[in-house]
Design a protein. Structure first.
Length: 269
């Protein structure tokens, strides 16, 4: 094992935070996304595709280009997937994340607050989904990635990435229970280097298995992995790819389109 294969093995690329392969806007869901995050002691990189397929209310599906990277403050950014928005009820995961992540000084405390608020909001939203879209509700139940959230930024002066995937399950008594799969670096990366993604990632898995990774820098590698999914024709995953590096000195956009990031600087509560 040489070159990038050795580096990737050290990163222990994880799919555990991305088990739901769709981004939903209830009654007008935006299907699928690919988010790749790579953290090293020097930087954290996030790369995201831009395609969103909007459908609902019996209308034909339409595709548009959107930004999927949100900015909560000067050094904190995030991305989400899953059941993320319902205009009819006000359910809005990006707003919840932006608001909850203002609490606490450390990334771990911020994430704990986000988990708590997202879980409460999701359980409150589920009856509405069940009533209006039983088929969609059935897909969500027993999903391990109903909502996935990733935070990236500077924590205690160092690059950091942390995430959780909130799943649903039906208990023996018939009640809905939640499960959480989380990951973080620093924290869950003894080498200090970690890469993971959520959303569509089958083509990335095949590439890793075949050992076909290029010898390039981390920002280029993150962009390349998202592009792999686009080129493979993953459902509703498309360019351009937005790529952000976050350094202790501040964020640096490697590649971005107009309107990115989506800045969440208002009081969302």
């Amino acid at each position: 094992m040489t070159g990038p294969l050795k580096a990737i093995a050290g990163m222990r690329i994880m799919r555990s935070v991305g088990l739901l392969c769709s981004l939903h806007l209830h009654m007008a869901p935006a299907r699928a996304t690919t988010v790749v995050i790579i953290r090293t002691p020097q930087e954290v990189v996030i790369a995201v595709d831009s395609a969103a397929t909007i459908r609902g209310d019996g209308l034909p599906a339409t595709t548009r280009t959107v930004c999927k990277i949100y900015q909560a403050d000067t050094s904190l950014f995030f991305a989400v997937s899953g059941l993320v928005n319902d205009p009819q009820t006000g359910f809005d995961i990006p707003k919840i994340v932006a608001s909850s992540s203002r609490e606490g000084d450390s990334m771990a405390v911020k994430l704990a607050g986000v988990e708590r608020e997202v879980q409460t909001a999701l359980l409150r939203e589920l009856p509405h989904v069940k009533e209006r879209d039983p088929a969609e509700y059935a897909k969500l139940i027993n999903s391990k990635g109903t909502v996935t959230v990733a935070l990236v930024g500077i924590d205690a002066g160092a690059p950091a990435a942390t995430s959780f995937s909130l799943g649903l399950a039906v208990s023996q008594k018939g009640s809905i229970e939640t499960t959480i799969i989380s990951d973080s670096c620093p924290g869950n990366c003894s080498s200090g280097v970690r890469a993971f993604w959520f959303g569509e990632g089958d083509a990335i898995d095949r590439l890793r298995a075949a050992g076909g990774l290029p010898v390039i820098g981390m920002p280029e590698l993150a962009r390349y992995l998202v592009q792999v999914e686009i080129d493979a024709g993953a459902p509703s995953v498309g360019g351009p790819v937005d790529v952000l590096r976050i350094l202790p000195a501040g964020p640096v956009w490697v590649q971005k389109k107009q309107g990115c990031p989506i800045t969440m600087t208002f009081d969302a509560k």
